[in-house]
Design a protein. Structure first.
Length: 131
């Protein structure tokens, strides 16, 4: 009976069953290592693409801000500065009205006073209901 067991073991070993199992295990290990390497490579590529997308997004944001500044902010600043200059000129002119020899009959002064009176009266009448 022992010889039969030894014969079965030798038959299994020599017939290729054990060799096939060893080859399958070795092949499986190499396939696992190869798959891990591919997964790491894919992860690295994904991170690289994400970084490129973020960089592109930042470039687009910078372009948007530059365009906004060029076409909206800069013209508005110029307009505001121009209005400030005009208001300064107007303020100086209004301050000089009292020194004018024609101040009593000045139509500009009369118009400004009418506007001031209207603003005060209009604000009061706006609070009252109309009859």
């Amino acid at each position: 009976m022992t010889t039969e067991i030894w014969m079965l073991i030798l038959n299994f070993v020599l017939s290729g069953g054990l060799i096939a199992a060893i080859v399958a295990i070795a092949t499986l290990r190499s396939h696992v290592k190869e798959a891990e390497a591919k997964a790491e490579q894919a992860l690295a590529e994904a991170k690289k693409m994400q970084a490129e997308a973020k960089s592109t997004e930042l470039d687009n944001d910078k372009t948007l801000v530059d365009t906004f500044n060029e076409y909206i902010v800069a013209p508005l600043k110029n307009e505001v500065n121009g209005l400030r200059k005009d208001v300064r000129k107007f303020t100086r002119a209004v301050e000089k009205i009292n020194d004018c020899p024609h101040a009593a009959d000045c139509p500009v002064r009369r118009e400004l006073q009418n506007d001031q009176n209207c603003n005060a009266d209009c604000a009061i009448s706006a609070d009252r209901p109309e009859k």
